[in-house]
Design a protein around this ligand. Structure first.
Ligand code: ZN
Length: 481
């Protein structure tokens, strides 16, 4: 990927949005009144600073460079902050609480989606009466276009926090809820299909067909899979029936064949989509995160709306880290950076804020004494050309984790450290490597980006996005504490 230039950018979105040359549109009215106002929020799930550094090096090395001098697309953005990610009740946070902070301006409890932190865990009725309004809801209420793009199930914590209010992130479909909650509260997939604001979310691309389909129904792509729902409901059919001109697709070809208008639900896997490293081997064919971003932006920027809000998640960086598998975490991070490049090329920074951040970090570390240009996934080889050795005289890798399955004896099998399935070594044996609590970075470009600076609390990023989207409003004070 080529380095992304700083301002100014060609106003490609402006031309698309007005349908006439930008200069002509200026003659038709004040540009400030008519120009669209857009926010694109990119979330690298689990993309801590060490992940960005290691992915930057791998990306450069994949193109034959030493790697350390490389930049990922968003690292060229002019505005930067460090972001505190803790949840109301957790030092090391989860994605539900952190995404709630980003999209509502209030920190939440760990595991809780866009519900006031005064509501206790498990209290589904309390959650019903204490929802936190999300940016996506506000955007729909004001006639903006909206979109959610992710590589996880579209009902997974990060995308779900944008549209659902649930005291438990695991309630993705009714059968996953406790029986008493099922009668009172809606599962997350139903909340998406029955989204009550505006005309509903306009572009929904990700994985997770299973949570929308009943167990009686065979999956459209995978002959061996059925839906997960035990309430007999086909939520894809319900979503299609609830609006004019809606389209559902489940593979790459289906997405490419769509016309230019109408709302789109694209669910490309029964569960999560593939990691980027495995995507091309997928039987049905999946679009890349960059392709999905391009598709979403083309629709959301069409004329006729005051602007749009789009969230794009590189959702499986996190999953690879949990498996102590740096290869897939880093290749997914590089694919995420490619999706950001698409947005930079399409967006006019006078109209659009592009905010790139992570919800939380992971325990990945980059250490030892490797020479410049030493393969980032490989064994440490020093500047003297000799392999680095530990106290027992064994070689060791540059990348490691503080905890996770890589500390379990034999977790690496006979694989070389550079193999895609290798699990990096860890200190403490846990079946799943954990999130980490150090700050993540936020990178901003375009409209209102200068508000991203210094050390910020995560919920404060909501105010920056909200001001860019709804400039007529007085800034809403954030009180996330
Ligand atoms: Zn995670």
């Amino acid at each position: 990927m080529k380095p992304v230039p700083h301002l100014p950018h060609r106003p490609r979105l402006a031309r698309l949005a007005f349908g006439v040359p930008f200069a002509l549109s200026l003659c038709l009215g004040s540009a400030a009144e008519t120009a669209p106002r857009n926010v694109i929020l990119f979330v690298g799930d689990g993309m801590g600073v060490s992940t960005v550094t290691a992915a930057r090096i791998l990306d450069g090395q994949n193109r034959g460079q030493p790697g350390e001098e490389n930049y990922l697309s968003f690292e060229r953005f002019p505005h930067l902050a460090l972001v505190k990610t803790y949840n109301v009740d957790a030092q090391v946070p989860d994605s539900a609480g952190t995404m709630t902070a980003l999209v509502t301006g209030r920190k939440a409890r760990v595991g809780v989606l866009s519900v006031d932190p005064s509501v206790a865990h498990g209290d589904c009725e309390g959650a019903l009466s204490n929802p936190l309004t999300t940016l996506l809801e506000e955007a729909e209420q004001r006639g903006y276009r909206t979109g959610l793009v992710t590589t996880t199930r579209i009902t997974h914590a990060t995308p779900a926090a944008a549209y659902a209010h649930s005291i438990d992130r695991k309630w993705e479909f009714a059968a996953a809820m406790p029986e008493d909650a099922r009668g009172k509260c809606k599962d997350i997939a139903r909340q998406l299909v029955e989204f009550p604001h505006g005309d509903g979310v306009d572009v929904l691309l990700g994985g997770g067909r299973g949570v929308f389909l009943p167990v009686e129904q065979q999956d459209p792509e995978d002959a061996e899979a059925t839906g997960h729902r035990r309430d007999g409901r086909d939520l894809i059919a319900e979503w299609l029936a609830a609006g004019e001109g809606r389209r559902f697709v489940f593979d790459h070809d289906g997405l490419n064949a769509l016309g230019a208008d109408g709302q789109v639900l694209g669910l490309f896997e029964v569960s999560h989509m593939e990691h980027e490293a495995d995507r091309l081997a997928d039987a049905g064919g999946e679009p890349s995160l960059a392709e999905m971003t391009d598709f979403a932006l083309a629709r959301l920027a069409a004329p006729g709306a005051p602007g749009f809000f789009l969230m794009v998640e590189g959702g499986r960086i996190d999953h690879a880290h949990h498996a102590s598998n740096a290869y897939r975490a880093l290749t997914d991070t590089i694919a995420f950076a490619a999706a950001v490049t698409v947005a930079v090329e399409r967006a006019n920074p006078a109209e659009t804020l592009i905010l790139v951040t992570a919800d939380h970090s992971h325990t990945l570390t980059i250490g030892g004494w490797p020479a410049r240009g030493n393969p980032i996934l490989g064994l440490v080889v020093g500047a003297d050309g000799k392999p680095g050795k530990d106290m027992a005289g064994d070689t060791y890798t540059t990348l490691g984790y503080a905890n996770g399955p890589g500390a379990i004896k034999g977790a690496q099998g006979d694989l070389e450290p550079t193999h895609p399935d290798y699990r990096q070594r860890a200190t403490y044996p846990l079946y799943l490597e954990t999130h980490a609590a150090e700050d993540v970075a936020a990178y901003a470009l375009g409209r209102g980006a200068e508000g991203v600076r210094g050390v910020m609390d995560q919920h404060e990023l909501h105010g920056v996005m909200r001001a860019a989207l709804f400039p007529a409003d007085a800034p809403k004070t954030s009180d996330g504490g």
